[in-house]
Design a protein around this ligand. Structure first.
Ligand SMILES: C[S@@+](CC[C@H](N)C(=O)[O-])C[C@H]1O[C@@H](n2cnc3c(N)ncnc32)[C@H](O)[C@@H]1O
Length: 299
């Protein structure tokens, strides 16, 4: 599998994607509420990364497993767990009843904390081949990951396999409200097209495709905006994010195209925004949850 591995973005991930602390907590609470979870609920996050979503949720007193193919992203998560005083439980892989095979490459680790009681297990594994027995999790979460994998349909099959019959799949993501800072990304795409590179190569299944594929697995969808907040951002910050190749899509652009693209984008941005390039804009952010479940429950 040649899914996009985030090793090269691990050191900047939290600084560039992290939520404000109160937003992270509200997202965790929204996911907890969406899952109608209790202390016995077993959560799995596929593509857990640095635990941006998973750690605040586990901290509510939940039992959460996170898998990722990036050892460096998981190392960041492990660092945060230790910093927040989670204690490692020393168990061999296979000691817990749902663990099967080996986590794909390297390691699986388990941590626990008290007050509230919580468990977190992290493992290096490919989401196309989850190293867990069938029917192991009540809630499976995916946030910004399906566009990175080779075969999202196979991933869905795996998710369905490890879910309990009345379990659920929470597919989530961030959306931005309108703002002229979006023009920077739009111009970047136009420049890439001028240079003969099609950024759409990154394939993100549409909501409709996902809903059809999930319906075939017996899952119905309910989608809602779980929360909104406001961020302060300048056009220069968006520009810098591209120039510094902070996003996975930019890492895929061939170097020569990227360099020429940056030269053109910078020139365009100073001309288009003028002195306003450093003016702060307020932009609405939204966290969207789509819950897939055999018996769709309206909210
Ligand atoms: C954009 S990050 C999202 C991380 C986390 N869900 C969040 O929202 O902060 C995507 C993560 O998916 C992981 N990933 C990509 N392909 C994967 C695969 N085939 N199996 C497991 N993880 C994968 C990447 O390594 C990365 O950590």
């Amino acid at each position: 599998m040649s899914s996009f591995n985030f090793d090269m973005l691990a050191s900047i991930y939290d600084a560039t994607r992290g939520y404000p602390r109160d937003v992270a907590l509200r997202i965790a609470q929204a996911l907890d509420e969406a899952s109608t979870a209790g202390p016995q609920t077993r959560f799995l996050e596929i593509g857990v990364g640095t635990g941006r979503i998973a750690l605040p949720l586990a901290n509510l007193g939940r039992d959460l497993t996170g898998i990722d193919i990036s050892e460096r992203m998981l190392a960041r998560l492990e660092h945060k767990l230790r910093a927040e005083d989670w204690q490692e439980e020393r168990l061999a892989w296979g000691d817990l009843p749902d663990e099967q095979g080996q986590p794909q490459q390297a390691w699986g680790k388990r941590f626990q904390r008290t007050e509230p009681d919580a468990h977190m297990r992290i493992a290096v594994a490919d989401v196309h081949h989850l190293p867990f027995a069938a029917v192991s999790f009540e809630v499976i979460i995916a946030v910004h990951v399906l566009h990175l994998v080779d075969d999202w349909r196979q991933v869905l099959q795996e998710v369905r396999r490890v879910a309990t019959p009345d379990g659920m799949f929470l597919h989530c993501g961030d959306e931005h409200g309108p703002s002229d800072v979006q023009e920077v990304r739009a111009q970047w795409r136009r420049i890439l097209a001028e240079l003969g590179y099609d950024e759409q190569e990154l394939y993100q299944p549409s909501d409709t495709e996902l809903q059809h594929a999930c319906a075939e697995l017996g899952w119905q969808a309910v989608r809602w905006i779980a929360l909104t907040w406001e961020r302060a951002i300048t056009p220069r910050q968006v520009l810098e994010g591209i120039l510094q190749r902070n996003w996975s899509s930019m890492r895929r652009v061939p170097d020569a195209v990227f360099q020429e693209g940056c030269r053109r984008l910078e020139q365009w941005a100073y001309a288009y925004f003028g002195a306003g390039i450093d003016t702060v804009r307020k932009q609405e952010q939204r966290f969207i949850i789509t819950r897939y479940q055999a018996q769709a429950q309206e909210r």
